[in-house]
Design a protein around this ligand. Structure first.
Ligand code: FES
Ligand code: FES
Length: 154
């Protein structure tokens, strides 16, 4: 089996898996980073979003061979700063219900805000509408983002 070297949350990790293994499986099963969730498994829901070289990517749809050597950030890496403004806004608005989709919601928003610290309503809509929530937390997500952008939560 080939070995792949991954940079995950700033730490070099080596995994011994088939190159066509989805990154999501490697994160969850080989590296025990279970914060990234599996839902549709076919690139449709964004529950599994992580950052690869700073961009939001659906980890169920990225082969580990294509992620090798790139910088991967998971929700665990983002949570190394528990004072991250997105976490504060989420807690302020009590966004989570079951919580399952929330790592994908948060990682998707974090990537957008890295690129555009003050995104327009349209950018937010275009980006966040791809992240599905079966619990229907969309109104609270919207309020949390509004608070974040208004500077009420820092
Ligand atoms: S689990 Fe990856 S997009 Fe749905
Ligand atoms: S909070 Fe339950 S799926 Fe989104």
């Amino acid at each position: 089996m080939p070995k792949y070297s991954l940079n995950v949350n700033g730490v070099k990790r080596t995994v011994d898996v088939d190159g066509d293994t989805p990154l999501l499986w490697v994160l969850r099963d080989n590296l025990q980073l279970t914060g990234t969730k599996y839902s549709c498994g076919v690139g449709l829901c964004s529950t599994c979003v992580v950052h690869i070289d700073g961009y939001a990517e659906r980890s169920c749809s990225v082969y580990v061979k294509d992620a090798a050597g790139k910088s991967i950030l998971t929700i665990e890496g983002l949570a190394e700063n528990p004072d991250h403004p997105i976490f504060k806004a989420w807690i302020d608005q009590e966004v989570s219900q079951c919580g399952y989709c929330q790592p994908g919601q948060i990682m998707t928003l974090a990537a957008l805000m890295n690129e555009s610290p003050k995104p327009t309503e349209q950018q937010i809509e275009d980006t966040m509408s791809g992240v599905l929530c079966r619990c229907g937390t969309y109104p609270r997500i919207k309020k949390a983002i509004d608070k974040l952008l208004s500077g009420e939560v820092k």
